[in-house]
Design a binder for this molecule. Sequence first.
Ligand code: DQA
Length: 150
Amino acid sequence: MSNSKNRVAVLHGVNFGVLEKRDPELYGGLSLSELEYRISGWARELGLDPIFFQTDSEAEFCGYLHRLSETADAALINAGAWTHYSRAIGDALAVDPVPTVEVHLSDVNAREDWRKVSVFDGLTAAVVSGKGPDGYREALEVVADTLGTR
Ligand code: DQA
């Protein structure tokens, strides 16, 4: 079942355009297109309409967040390394917020200490980390329950 509030923005930050070149032990070896294809299938099964965005530009990412509610009713954010230090991006998410789930392919809490910090702390409905691509499905389920699309 879907309703009119079913748009989910799936936002990837820095270095996700070359996901297939990054450490497969950590990130699974998929390209971003392959990951987005899976996310798209899961989203539709849950009655959600996905919109995808990726950039390596912090300014562009902030710009997208400034107008988030115009394009989306909810969001998944994997901001990559920006997650851990870009206060600008954290502040930008607070400008025009929608219910958001933070996602990481790898288990950020089991890695270096600097990855344990998130600029989105307190701004997101949930964090899904360390579950690989399947983590996006879990995050979409949170969104589907929040928007009431399933
Ligand atoms: C990541 C984890 C971050 O620490 C890292 O900088 C990334 C990917 C993940 O999905 O596991 O670029 O967000």
